[in-house]
Ligand binder design. Structure first.
Ligand code: EPU
Length: 419
């Protein structure tokens, strides 16, 4: 298993190009199942989760060609095997995103239940309940969701909890149902909007994506299309925190600053100077130590749970006492316990981490438990005195493209230790 070794204490400076968003690319790849012609996707990030999705679609008979590093052509016309097997779903929960398109387009799906994961129980009852309300006959047997229908019919769906992939699954299913669907209490994340834009390019009629009420007029057929995947706002935030935690100056290029309001506000509160360009954000910490910031995660546009771990690293070395409250996932503080091993002065109380910032962390061997936890440990390592070795970085490779190259470009002393 590969590890990352990082020697901290260097202020990170320079520019970093942001990749396409993982959490937009995954639903958009699933959405190609709805098309009756080829779909060309640009700015697809090179990540293990994308590779897993490609593998899943190919098993269904979808033809996928990589034109160059970032543009892929997906031809779903020969899709015929509507199964997402356990062996793939267990490595990537987002496989659940094929459920809506398969039921909507082919009236048949067998998708392994994802089960719990390192950050929480993460049920999919809202995905299943929504499809049932649209007329799908669904049973849960032997660990699989088995769904059948002649054709879905539009329905009014009031989501019990705001769910990102739940909203995406139901929006994709509704795009080819008979009649109108309304999704209320829908997730407003920019990735939902990017998916809606791609579906619209395929011919879907969707209004309100990005608000909490989405109207979808089902259509009989969706066609091929071209789409450019949006930039990754969480990757952007992660590199900005890398600048802040090391007292450096980092410009994230090829990004969308308007997707980062809550994160940028907290970085400013931490003492960073932020400058926005049309497609870039520059963070300048001017060598200062960050100030501790209180955070409460919540659905977009509030502070994202996917940036919580990175801010936990920032608070660990900040001046002051902070409280970070996680409201989305019940077990997303594993990184905090690893940071304690680096000398962080923090304690977990229920869904809150109380942190007294220390002058410096000390490098240590640590272990990553999920994607964002791994990123936060890399950040902690970049700020720490001495060398940190982060184990189990396959988590990082699921969601950060070339992290060690990008950080090295900013001046970090980082290298991958191959197993
Ligand atoms: N929930 C239910 N029932 C459901 C679905 C969700 O109770 O049927 C609950 C969850 O347990 C959780 C809350 O609703 O408490 C919100 O979870 P959500 O469904 O929004 O999460 P998700 O769609 O499974 C996506 C991202 C996650 C990100 C969350 C929250 C993708 C592929 N994944 O997950 O990304 O943390 O939204 O923003 O889009 C990551 O990239 O590291 C990551 C975990």
């Amino acid at each position: 298993m590969d590890k990352l070794e990082i020697t901290g204490g260097i202020p990170l400076e320079g520019e970093v190009a942001i990749s396409g968003a993982k959490n937009a690319a995954l639903p958009i790849l699933a959405a190609t199942l709805l098309a009756d012609g080829p779909v060309t996707l640009a700015n697809v990030p090179h990540l293990n989760d994308v590779t897993t999705t490609v593998k899943l679609l190919r098993r269904m008979g979808v033809e996928i060609t990589f034109n160059d590093g970032k543009t892929i052509e997906v031809d779903p016309r020969n899709a015929s095997h509507f199964v997402a097997p356990y062996e793939l779903v267990k490595t990537m929960r987002a496989s659940i995103l094929v459920l809506g398109p398969l039921v909507g387009r082919f009236g048949h799906a067998e998708v392994s239940l994802p089960g719990g994961c390192a950050i929480g129980s993460r049920p999919v009852n809202i995905h299943v309940g929504g499809l049932r309300a649209m007329g799908a006959d669904i049973s849960i047997e032997n660990g699989y969701i088995r769904a059948r229908t002649k054709r879905l019919r539009g329905a009014r769906l009031v989501l019990e909890t705001t769910t990102v992939t739940g909203t995406e699954n139901l929006m994709m299913a509704a795009a080819c149902a008979r009649g109108e669907s309304v999704i209320e209490n829908a997730a407003r994340e920019p990735e939902v909007v990017d998916l809606a834009d791609c579906l619209a390019a395929m011919g879907a009629r969707i209004e309100g994506a990005g608000t909490d009420t989405i109207h979808v007029q089902g259509t009989d057929r969706l066609g091929g299309a071209e789409h450019h995947v949006m930039p990754d706002r969480i990757e952007t935030g992660t590199y900005l925190v890398a600048g802040a935690i090391t007292g450096g100056r980092v410009t994230a290029k090829k990004t969308r600053p308007e997707h980062l309001d809550a994160v940028l506000q907290k970085l400013e509160e931490a003492g960073a100077r932020i400058e926005l360009g049309e497609n870039s954000v520059t963070l300048d910490m001017g060598g200062r130590r960050p100030r501790a910031v209180d955070i409460r995660t919540a659905p977009y546009p509030a502070f994202p749970t996917d940036m919580q771990a990175q801010f936990c690293a920032l608070n660990a070395v900040a001046d002051g006492v902070s409280a970070i409250t996680e409201t989305i996932f019940e077990n997303r503080f594993q990184h905090a316990l690893e940071m304690q091993r680096m000398g962080a002065n923090l304690r977990v109380e229920g869904n809150t981490v109380i942190c007294h910032g220390v002058d410096a962390l000390a490098g240590a061997p640590v272990m990553a438990t999920d994607l964002r936890a791994s990123a936060s440990l890399v950040l902690a390592g970049a700020a720490a005195r001495g060398t940190t070795i982060i184990d189990r970085i396959y988590h990082i490779d699921r969601g950060y493209e070339c992290i060690e190259e990008k950080l090295a470009q900013l001046g970090a002393a980082i290298r991958r230790l191959a197993s």
